[in-house]
Design a protein around this ligand. Structure first.
Ligand code: F6P
Length: 487
């Protein structure tokens, strides 16, 4: 099993002569005003959760957008601050954006073009020429922030996600000896979907400046190779899984991302979590015997409406669970300046209201939606309390919450019901796999978990924990770095 220490040593041995730099749009720690004080909060989301322990082990520099309203107040003259605040291990270097830039780059091009395109989410991408302009400008700014770090050593740059498709090209032009790689945290679509994108050639050119391109699954790698073959005059080698474009070779490899498996189980076992577990029934509201939990960012790819419909069907088909079963959605609000996200919140509320009205009896009603931000200890307490954990993504690169839940399920009490359209479903074969579009099937899957014996739940949960422990976040990062060192 890979440990933090193994990763530290791999980075030191293989890239000791390089400066290690990670780049992402989302920052791992946000500084916010809270009355007259400034508080530091951890960002939500898979990317930052996965990369933070890696950065703590690597002790490099993480370049990210400073999105907090107190972020500027706490950085030094180089826009840097040491994090985590309680035990500083690495430097967070912030870049800034104007409102217009954030709107064009993040809400616009990244999340209204690349996000729906990559997820094949049946939402038409919004192609707006000004968003593309901002996307290019902000990529340039991220690349410059990386180049500012160049001193005596060569740069070893690890870009994160679809926000930064163009950075590698800019970095390589100015610093050809830098090693530059990118991990794409979401799916890569098939060529038929990608071909409608007006900026497809520029995006692919940017991505092909990386030395290594990582995706979660081999399936996404093959989609990428097929896309390049269709769109570019490049040499695609499927055998080696590489592309040579203008004399530069990019390796394309799958690296299924993971979590700090042991760390999560240890945290889930601490006293504070146990204390929080006691207040959960009161916090939820309606009384229950069986608690079905979901934790998502409120996003149309997560299948939240479909889950509520499935719970409705479950209660209709198996009425003996009325009055006993509660579905709790802890939905963190995000990307609120995008119309489809605002609309989704309204749709979720109105559907939940409708289903609750249909079944409500006395103090009991079946659907509880909590949108306020909860801290990590509270998340862990919810994970440990629930009987079913439901992941209903319509399409998801990995879904780290599914892995996190399993590691927090320290009493082996609950069972994971998992969409087959997540990357996680390829590894967590002992979950109850569902097609989230098949409402009847999801209702039956919920029923099967309610009837499942304790012995069977434990057996499955143990097996999934073993898989995640053996393939933890340190192994993910270690393998990525070892692959680069072979170049
Ligand atoms: O899952 C894709 C992803 O971009 C992650 O990389 C990230 O953790 C999550 O979505 C959150 O998105 P955002 O940074 O837009 O809040």
């Amino acid at each position: 099993m890979w440990t933090k220490k193994d990763l530290e040593e791999t980075i030191k041995n293989k890239f000791g002569a390089y400066d290690f730099i990670v780049v992402s749009n989302r920052e791992p720690y946000v500084h916010e005003h809270s009355g007259k004080k400034v508080r530091c909060v951890k960002s939500i989301g898979g990317l930052t959760a996965a990369m933070d322990p890696i950065m703590q082990a690597s002790k490099g520099v993480w370049v990210a957008y400073g999105s907090g309203d107190a972020d500027k107040d706490v950085v030094d003259k180089d826009n840097k601050i040491k994090v985590p605040p309680e035990d500083p291990k690495y430097s967070l270097k912030r870049i800034w954006m104007t409102k217009e830039e954030e709107n064009g780059f993040y809400y616009g091009y990244a999340n209204q073009v690349l996000w729906p395109l990559s997820h094949i989410a049946y939402r038409q991408p919004v192609f707006d020429a000004s968003h593309w302009e901002y996307y290019q400008e902000v990529n340039q700014r991220f690349a410059e922030a990386v180049l500012e770090e160049k001193r005596d050593n060569k740069l070893f740059v690890w870009l994160q996600d679809y926000h930064l498709s163009l950075c590698a090209k800019i970095i390589k032009e100015k610093s050809p000896d830098a090693i530059v790689s990118l991990f794409w945290h979401i799916p890569w679509p098939n060529p038929e979907v990608f071909r409608i994108c007006p900026q497809k050639k520029k995006l692919l050119e940017g991505l092909l400046a990386n030395d290594l391109l990582g995706f979660h699954l081999r399936y996404h790698c093959l989609n990428f190779l097929d896309t390049v073959r269709q769109e570019m005059e490049a040499k695609v080698n499927r055998e080696e899984s590489s592309v040579t474009y203008r004399n530069h070779k990019t390796l394309v490899r799958p690296f299924p991302i993971s979590v700090d498996a042991e760390g999560i189980s240890q945290m889930a076992n601490n006293k504070e979590v146990k204390k929080r577990m006691k207040i959960i029934p009161e916090e939820i509201g309606p009384p229950y015997e069986i608690l079905c939990l979901s934790i998502d960012r409120v996003d149309y790819t997560k299948g939240i409406l479909e889950k509520i419909r499935a719970v409705d069907r479950f209660l209709e088909k198996y009425p003996e669970y009325q009055g006993r079963f509660v579905f709790l959605e802890l939905g963190a609000l995000s990307r609120l300046h995008i119309k489809t996200y605002k609309q989704l919140i309204d749709d979720i509320e109105s559907l939940a209201e409708e289903v609750n009205w249909k079944y409500r009896s006395g103090y009991w009603y079946p659907i509880v939606i909590i949108n306020r931000r909860l801290d990590y200890t509270t998340h862990l307490a919810y994970y440990r309390t629930c009987d079913l954990f439901l992941v209903g993504s319509l399409h998801d690169g990995m879904n780290l919450v599914a892995k996190e839940y399993n590691m927090a399920n320290v009493d082996l009490k609950g069972m994971l019901v998992l969409s087959q359209f997540t990357g996680a479903a390829r590894e967590l074969k002992d979950a109850i796999l569902i097609n989230p579009f098949d409402i009847e099937g999801v209702a039956d899957a919920i029923f099967s978990v309610c009837k499942m014996s304790e012995k069977e739940r434990k057996r499955r949960a143990r097996k999934m924990q073993k898989v995640i422990l053996e393939n933890n976040i340190y192994k993910w990062a270690g393998k990525f770095i070892l692959q680069l060192s072979e170049l």
